[in-house]
Ligand binder design. Sequence first.
Ligand code: NAD
Length: 562
Amino acid sequence: MSLEWATSGDSAPAGPETRDATNAAGDDNGDGRAFRARSGRKVQSINPATNQVLAEFDAAEVRDVQAAVADARRAAPAWRALGPGGRARYLVRLKEALFRRRHDLAALITREAGKPRLEALLAEVMVALDGLNYLAGHGPGFLEPESVPHQNLAVRFKRGRLEYEPYGVIGIISPSNYPFSIPMNQIGAALIAGNTVVLKPSEFTPQAGLGIHAIAEEARLPAGVLSVVVGDGLTGAALAGSAIDKLVFTGSVATGKRIQAELVARLLPTVLELGGKDPAIVCADADLDLASSGLVWGAFTNAGQACLSVERVYVVREVAARFAALCAEKARGLRVGAGDDPDTEVGPLIRERQLKIVEDHVAEAAASGATVLTGGRRLNPGGLAGFFYEPTVLTGVHHGMRIMREETFGPVLPIMTVADEAEAVRLANDSPFGLSASIWTRDLARGERLARSLEAGSVMVNDCLSSFGIAEAPHGGFKLSGLGRTHARVGLLEMVRVKYIDVDLLPKLPKLWWFGYDSRAGRLMERFVEFLLAPSFWTRARGALGVFVRLPGRLRSMRKTS
Ligand code: NAD
């Protein structure tokens, strides 16, 4: 498959070369990796800057999804048999194919998701490239069996080992905000671990999902190893309900909860990467120029549609006015427009529905006494008909407002003045979410101390969001922000079943804990426990003596009965 379809302009292309899933039992175009169905339901790829339809796809139905999972199941044994080294070579090929296609893909992501080209290149393509690079390089080492030395004398003659086995087929359901780098990193981890994958991209970004399929094809992944099923929430539900072995879901808390409620009866293992309301704390000693630049970027990058977006700031009173003024000045200077203009810094929101949520949050805050320092309105930059909203800075906010409690997922930076750091920490933790947070201070020790007191899956000191792009950093949340982790070694280990294998090196040696219980055996074991685990030296010594005296008799009687 070429990416020509992905690089054409704003007219609907003929559609990617994909398998026709009306014949999902296997009568397909032979590639075995991508599906296109005719359920009657449609998903549209829309340019959110222009509100023009780029392409329309039929949503895959239950049987299409099941067929993709069946393909993945068939492909799994051979893929697993390649071993981590063999699979790493495919990841390198994926990386190389992605590198060759980086400009096409960045352009496609900008058109379909609206983000500036620079962000598409860095936060999508580069993060995916770096993730594949990391997994190909380190994955095989992380998957090596680990020996487990035994501390207890009673089991010293056994050799323990941890082995990491693939689950089989991993289902991945993705959101629209980082439609490429999120699934690509999860796919890389699933594949290197020996699983095959079925991906369901967001209904708002089907072409980014098919871009992943195109890369897989260019890298000549074996058929069935990576399938993409394009569709809506029902397609996602079909994937969650199919015969997969684990689900990795990224999306809103509401959808995550719904999926988990469905899956709990099956005890299907899940990773849930959900929403956030990420706080930032600005200390009195912060470099205010740095903090305001960092937090303006953290709130407005991807038009505020990052799971790790800075969604609320707590600034201590003595620097609050100056900090808020700097943020307002910098937000006012941001260039809003279509992402394919190289000067654009803030693009549109993904859809009208998201724009409406942002408007409602800001309107409610303003009606409850918040001050809009800058922004607070829809925009149509250059006459564009898309879903733009002005970068908005609010002060005078409090925790009674939705803007401080619910995920806004838009270009809004609410700033709350607090008396001191203790109040900032208390308010930061006063949230059902716990994805990430940031601390801004010149005192790095203070930054680390405050980081430890925050209830969040990751905390950055003097930066925000960029932990998502650090391949070694695990990603995931506390509280409602999710379950499990993706990225890094911890995320890779989510893609494997841990098996413990134990080999007895002296099988002829009688096992004292086997049958043949009687009062003499009981006394011996009492001494044995004392010998091994008593806190006092003298009790241990008495135990050792008792074991020495009674052990030969116990061994003799065990040999007789065995
Ligand atoms: P969403 O929950 O609306 O949709 C996510 C995916 O779930 C889509 O592919 C959708 O089709 C699918 N889906 C919808 N209903 C489903 C169902 N019943 N069963 C199975 N799948 C279903 O989320 P969104 O609007 O695309 O993404 C934004 C949300 O995702 C925000 O809350 C954001 O914070 C969160 N997010 C979290 C992370 C993270 O890593 N923690 C990363 C990115 C986005």
